[in-house]
Design a protein around this ligand. Structure first.
Ligand code: FES
Length: 307
C-alpha cells in the first residue's frame, strides 16, 4: 500500500470509528481552527507593523490588561514570529484534527492555544460568555477526553506508526503552504496611523490640514471625521484647549464606535466595547483589550488641525 493510501485509509477509519457527537465536535473544531489560521494569513495587516491589525499592536493592546502582561510584553519584541507561529499553528491543529493525525496531541495543543488566547485577550471580558475562547477551551478538552488513548504510554500518545509519521509530514507541508498562499492573496492592510490621512476638511480659507473650526466643536462633544482609507474616525474636544481623534473602527470586529458624552467614553454598539479617549483610546470594557488607533491632532489658532 502506498503512503497516500495508508494516510487516507487511516483518515476514513478515524471518522467511521467515532460517534456522531464526537464527529460533530471534531468537524467544528477542525474547520474553525483551519479557518482562523487562514483568516490571519489573508489579513494583509496581520504581519505589517504599519497596519492597525498588526499582531504586535494586538499583543501590546492585550498586555495593557491581562494576567500574563509581562509575557505578552516579551512577545511584542518577537511579534512577527509569534504571528507566524499562531497562524501556522492554528492551521496545523485544524488539519491534524480533520485528518485524524495524532488527535490527542492536536486537541491538547488546541486547548493550550485557546487558554492562552483567553488569558491574553478576553480574561476580563464581562459577561464571561462573550469570550468565545473559554468555549473553545472546553470543547478541546472534551474532544481530548474522547480521543485519549486508554493506556497513556508515550508511544500510544505519540502513536509512532507509519501513518502518523506520514500524517505529520502532510499536515506540516499543507499548513505552511496554506499560510503562504493566504499571504499571497491577502487583503490590503488598513493603515490609519498618520494624521495627514484625515481627509475631512474645513473650507473657506482654513489651513490645508484643518479638520474643523474650534467654534464648531463644544467642549465634551465629538465630530465624525473621515480617514483617507475610507474608514470613519472621530474627533473629540475633551477640554477648552484639548482635542483628540481616533479611528472609529472597533478593535473587536470592526463596527463603528460612537462618543457618549454622558459617560465620556467611546462605545461600540455591537458587543459593548468601551474605550477611554482620555487614556489614548484604551479599551476599558467589553470583548477587546486592543485600544483604538489614535490620530495626531491639535488646536492651532481657530482650527483643529491634523499634526
Ligand atoms: S465589534 Fe464587537 S464590541 Fe465592537
Amino acid at each position: 500500500m502506498t503512503s497516500v493510501q495508508v494516510f487516507f485509509k487511516g483518515t476514513i477509519k478515524s471518522w467511521t470509528h467515532q460517534s456522531w457527537s464526537v464527529r460533530l465536535l471534531r468537524l467544528w473544531l477542525g474547520i474553525t481552527f483551519t479557518y482562523a489560521g487562514l483568516d490571519k494569513a489573508l489579513d494583509g495587516g496581520f504581519l505589517n507593523p504599519e497596519a492597525t491589525t498588526y499582531i504586535g499592536k494586538q499583543l501590546a493592546g492585550f498586555a495593557q490588561q491581562s494576567p500574563i502582561s509581562p509575557l505578552l510584553n516579551k512577545m511584542v519584541e518577537h511579534a512577527t514570529l509569534v504571528g507566524v507561529g499562531t497562524m501556522v499553528g492554528e492551521i496545523a491543529i485544524g488539519l491534524a484534527t480533520l485528518f485524524g493525525v495524532l488527535p490527542f496531541l492536536a486537541a491538547i495543543a488546541g486547548a493550550g492555544l485557546s487558554a492562552s488566547l483567553w488569558l491574553s485577550s478576553s480574561f476580563y471580558t464581562t459577561p464571561y460568555f462573550l469570550a468565545s475562547n473559554t468555549a473553545y477551551l472546553i470543547m478541546w478538552l472534551v474532544f481530548a477526553l474522547s480521543v485519549m488513548p486508554r493506556k497513556r504510554t508515550v508511544s500510544r500518545v505519540l502513536n509512532v506508526d507509519r501513518r502518523s509519521a506520514i500524517g505529520v509530514g502532510v499536515v506540516g507541508v499543507l499548513s505552511i503552504a496554506f499560510a503562504a498562499l493566504g499571504n499571497f492573496f491577502a487583503r490590503p492592510a488598513k493603515i490609519v496611523s498618520s494624521g495627514s490621512r484625515i481627509v475631512t476638511k474645513k473650507g473657506g480659507g482654513a489651513p490645508d490640514n484643518a479638520i474643523a473650526a474650534i467654534s464648531d466643536l463644544n467642549v465634551g462633544s465629538a465630530l465624525p471625521i473621515k480617514l483617507a482609507s475610507g474608514d470613519p474616525g472621530i474627533l473629540i474636544r475633551t477640554d477648552n484647549d484639548e482635542v483628540c481623534a481616533f479611528s472609529a473602527v472597533c478593535t473587536h470586529q470592526g463596527c463603528t464606535v460612537d462618543y457618549d458624552s454622558a459617560s465620556k467614553e467611546l462605545i461600540c454598539p455591537c458587543h459593548g466595547a468601551r474605550f477611554d479617549p482620555l487614556q489614548k483610546g484604551k479599551a476599558i470594557g467589553g470583548p477587546t483589550r486592543t485600544p483604538l488607533t489614535e490620530l495626531p491632532v491639535k488646536i492651532s489658532d481657530e482650527y483643529i488641525i491634523s499634526s
